[in-house]
Design a protein. Structure first.
Length: 331
């Protein structure tokens, strides 16, 4: 292996000497600079120098290929997280588009949606009535069992174990019946909230409450972006200002502290309890190389955490993202 190491002061002279020697460039040559600022020319790259950014030179000493510096584990992990956020953004956008398509193809107008909501509420009320009927039945059953046990005690007789066990089981059934009724109530509330959200979305998509001539493309884009928590930068300078303001947004809405803070990613610590909201805000380029800031909200992996992430509270946070940035940046 032919290897030549040069100090910066004599780099040009030595490089010209190398160029004048045809044997040096008989093979592909590489040039790289280590962490000490020393430039190396060689026809091979030793393993200990493989992590440096290097250039491949042809026989005329022109750069024909560049191999970027190897990334550290931390840098690679950061890139992976940004990739995941980009996928999450694309997934949300695709899901929103799919939901929009279903709304438009399923309902003709607002009256159809309101009729569907009424039918849904009626069906859920019927289910709750059945649960309440079951509750009444087991409450009567418990009352009968308790009267029988009390009568035995008044007559000086011992309450048999099977009757005590029956009473215990009936009490457990009553608790489950109450829990089932509460689940039906929560299900109805969630269904109503989702319908109300869908109705507002349908109004927006069909512009039933607006004059089409007064709605421009910018308004449409903003309302669509607010559904997923997206801010599109008009310029690089504005994006720099916006990136500063997202720290304030994070402090207001996140319940977990910042775990990662770089030029492209602000990420909160993972949710620890069911009420935690962990925010991630990433700077990502779209297909047109335009920078955009994307808000991702994570909740704890539990039934209550899932319910929180599906709640109006989280939807409101996403909708507040773009207006907050515009208000703080003056744009």
């Amino acid at each position: 292996m032919q290897k030549y190491i040069f100090s910066v002061s004599i780099f040009l002279a030595c490089f010209l000497m190398l160029c004048s020697n045809p044997s040096v460039f008989a093979k592909k040559m590489y040039r790289w600079v280590d962490e000490h600022g020393e430039t190396t020319f060689s026809d091979q790259v030793p393993p200990e120098d493989a992590q440096y950014r290097r250039e491949s030179l042809n026989q005329k000493a022109r750069v024909v290929e560049v191999t970027e510096q190897a990334k550290t584990k931390e840098q690679q992990a950061m890139d992976n997280r940004l990739t995941d956020l980009k996928k999450a953004q694309e997934k949300i956008i695709a899901q929103q588009a799919a939901n929009d398509k279903v709304l438009i193809s399923t309902f003709r107008n607002i009256e159809d949606m309101q009729a569907s909501l009424y039918a849904k509420m009626q069906a859920l009320d019927t289910q709750r009535n059945v649960a309440q009927g079951n509750l009444k039945r087991v409450e009567n059953q418990l009352e009968t069992q308790q009267k029988k046990a009390a009568e035995l005690e008044r007559n000086g007789k011992k309450v048999p174990p099977f009757l005590l066990n029956d009473i215990k089981q009936t009490e457990a059934q009553i608790q489950e019946a109450y829990a089932e009724i509460n689940r039906h109530i929560e299900k109805k509330n969630r269904a109503k909230a989702q319908f109300e959200t869908d109705i507002e979305r349908f109004k927006f998509l069909t512009q039933e409450t607006k004059n089409l001539s007064t709605v421009d493309d910018k308004t449409t884009d903003n309302q669509a972006a607010d559904q997923i928590g997206l801010y599109v930068c008009d310029t690089a300078v504005l994006c720099t200002k916006a990136w500063l303001s997202v720290h304030d947004f994070f402090k207001i809405y996140a319940t977990t502290p910042i775990d990662t803070d770089t030029d492209n990613l602000i990420m909160g610590r993972a949710p620890a309890i069911d009420s935690d909201l962990s925010l991630s805000i990433s700077k990502i380029q779209d297909g047109n190389k335009k920078q955009q800031l994307f808000l991702d909200i994570r909740c704890r992996e539990s039934s209550l955490g899932t319910e929180l992430c599906d709640s109006q509270k989280v939807r409101d946070i996403r909708s507040a993202f773009r207006p907050f940035i515009e208000a703080t940046t003056g744009k």
